[in-house]
Write a protein that binds this ligand. Structure first.
Ligand SMILES: [Mg+2]
Length: 243
């Protein structure tokens, strides 16, 4: 019997790319005003800064930390990170958070699960601080029981450490939980590998839909019968398509 639902955050509970685009535009406007660097050039510099940070760290949540991207970008353009890095970080995230909205039906879906006695967790490859801010702004603060970040485990999805810690917090075996995510590599393969049944949000059309591992594909929360999770999850035993 399914007793727990674990969710990825970015791209699963809200549209990450739409918000990133708006926030990056605002950051580029600031950089142009301060340093006279055009958007296209700064995007290239910022991309390079990001690659440098990721290359140095290789694993863990800090490789997504935008204070490091801003610091490194400022180092690349010869500007003082002590003066500008925090401002740039705040411009990005404050813009991002001001625009953030849950996917249609996501709040209602999680609320219905909770009402049916399903425990909930999020499992995310990011630093804890920003994920707490996102969840609160999105309206999930009262609806999620536990959080696991890669900052906490030191490892990122698809590492089993991420999924196992979520199960440990939920106090459940893998067959008692389902997982909702948007990344085939990280979420679907990762959760399936530890024995959790994955639900793959394919809102952005995937290049291909593999046959293995077994998963349920859905393109919006309205497709899932939130009012009857017992019935929804029962289908998993028979591996029927989610209608
Ligand atoms: Mg995601």
């Amino acid at each position: 019997m399914i007793k727990g639902a674990i969710f990825d955050i970015d791209g699963t509970l809200y549209d990450y790319h739409a918000n990133d685009k708006i926030a990056m535009k605002k950051l580029c406007d600031f950089v142009k005003e301060k340093f006279g660097i055009e958007e296209e050039e700064f995007m290239e510099i910022y991309g390079r800064a990001r690659s440098i940070v990721k290359m140095r760290l290789t694993e863990g949540a800090s490789q997504h930390n935008r204070i490091l991207f801003c610091q490194t970008a400022l180092e690349l353009i010869g500007q003082n990170p002590f003066i500008y890095a925090v401002d740039m970080y705040d411009i990005y995230w404050n813009t991002f958070l001001s625009e953030i909205k849950p996917f249609d039906g996501a709040i209602e879906f999680v609320r219905e699960l909770k009402a049916s006695g399903i425990k909930t967790a999020v499992c995310t490859d990011m630093t804890a601080h920003i994920q707490f801010r996102k969840l609160k702004k999105l309206g999930f603060a009262e609806l999620i029981d536990y959080i696991v970040t890669s900052e906490e485990t030191g490892l990122e999805k698809p590492s089993p450490a991420m999924f196992n810690l979520a199960l440990e917090k939920l106090n459940m075996d893998p067959h008692e939980a389902v997982y909702f995510g948007d990344s085939l590599e990280r979420d679907i393969y990762g959760s399936a590998k530890v024995g959790i049944t994955p639900f793959w949000l394919t809102a952005v059309s995937p290049e291909f839909l593999p046959d293995d591992p077994p998963y349920f594909a859905f393109s919006s929360y309205d497709e899932l019968d939130a009012k009857n999770p017992g019935k929804l999850f029962l289908k998993m035993d028979t591996r029927e398509e989610v209608e």
